[in-house]
Design a protein around this ligand. Structure first.
Ligand code: NCD
Length: 315
């Protein structure tokens, strides 16, 4: 069961952007801003003192795992980091049994898995909160929350935005969650630039359109609008391809270079990427003051997770 947040995060699972509305996001962003302003890290420790958070990652992760771990610790919790390959999962243990195990040791579980719906399945198995840190080609809600917070911080609004998404719309779970988030606010339009094979799933596209998000699909860089509020580039998701030759052919269909930015970005377009990148943004772009993927966007990942953990667990 996917419970709506309804501006009350206490003990809720964080599984999908479908759970959110704008008042719930206002609360989260306000707390994130407060936490970010706090100058004395010791002040924050009492928030989750005595709590333990399990990090259960069946797929590779640097930022999501690292920032959840840092976030939990900065709020005073301890973390139980499970090395899945060296756990009983390698002996064939079911997801349900693994979840029931760690519910005995901890107050929340952060889970990443290759299969869509795994976080929801975990949530159905236990009464402790589950945080979806990525379920296959499904969703990655906490990434979308940090992405939205980053845009909000820069622009002071999440309405009336023009976004350009580049890369893998089909498999990109961060894209799916972010589009759902943008659909909660009025007047947003997004241009989705991808090879035809990597277009957004039609059902998701029509759901988002019904909610009021304007979606324009592009196949050529020449059609990128020059007035975007933000660009959100993504990696073509190699691990989701059955045919690796197919991946090789399209992996660098669209690369952000200095020239591309110069030609198509506005002077205040925010340049975003959830990372990791594997060649689809050249390193020369990193120095551009509009690029936030290695700085503000990444750092906000920790702050948004600090706020989320507090809202869900501190009571
Ligand atoms: C993303 C993911 O795992 O979906 N990474 C992240 O958490 N920032 C994006 C990706 O792997 O391409």
């Amino acid at each position: 069961m996917v419970d709506k947040i309804d501006n009350n995060y206490k003990n809720k699972d964080i599984l999908s952007l479908n759970q959110f509305d704008t008042p719930s996001l206002d609360t989260l962003f306000q707390l994130t801003t407060e936490i970010k302003k706090n100058k004395d890290p010791k002040d924050l420790l009492k928030n989750l003192e005595g709590k333990v958070v399990t990090l259960l990652f069946y797929e590779p992760s640097s930022r999501t795992r690292g920032s959840f771990d840092a976030a939990a610790q900065r709020m005073g919790a301890r973390t139980l980091v499970i090395n899945v390959e060296a756990s009983s999962v390698a002996k064939g243990e079911t997801l349900e049994d693994t979840i029931m195990t760690f519910q005995n040791y901890s107050d929340a579980i952060v889970i990443r898995h290759k299969d869509v719906g795994t976080a929801e399945k975990a949530a159905d198995t236990t009464s402790i909160p589950i945080f979806n840190a990525g379920d296959g080609v499904g969703e990655h809600p906490t990434q979308a929350l940090l992405d939205m917070f980053t845009i909000f911080e820069k622009k002071q609004t999440l309405s009336g935005l023009t976004g350009v998404f580049g890369g893998d719309m089909k498999h990109g779970r961060t894209v799916h969650s972010l589009l759902k988030g943008l659909a909660l606010y009025p007047g947003n339009q997004v241009y989705l630039l991808s090879p035809i094979q990597l277009r957004l799933d039609e059902t998701l596209k029509s759901d988002l359109t019904k909610k009021g998000l304007k979606i324009i699909e592009l196949e050529r860089v020449e059609d990128i609008p020059t007035s975007a509020t933000f660009w959100y580039w993504t990696r073509v998701q190699k691990e989701r391809f059955e045919d690796i030759e197919e991946y090789e052919k399209i992996k660098h269909a669209f690369v952000v270079t200095k020239e591309l930015v110069k030609k198509y970005a506005a002077k205040d377009t925010i340049l975003m990427h959830p990372l990791p990148r594997v060649g689809e943004i050249t390193v020369e772009v990193d120095k551009d003051p509009r690029a936030v993927y290695l700085t503000d966007q990444m750092k906000n990942g920790m702050y948004i997770r600090m706020a989320l953990l507090k809202l869900v667990l501190n009571h």
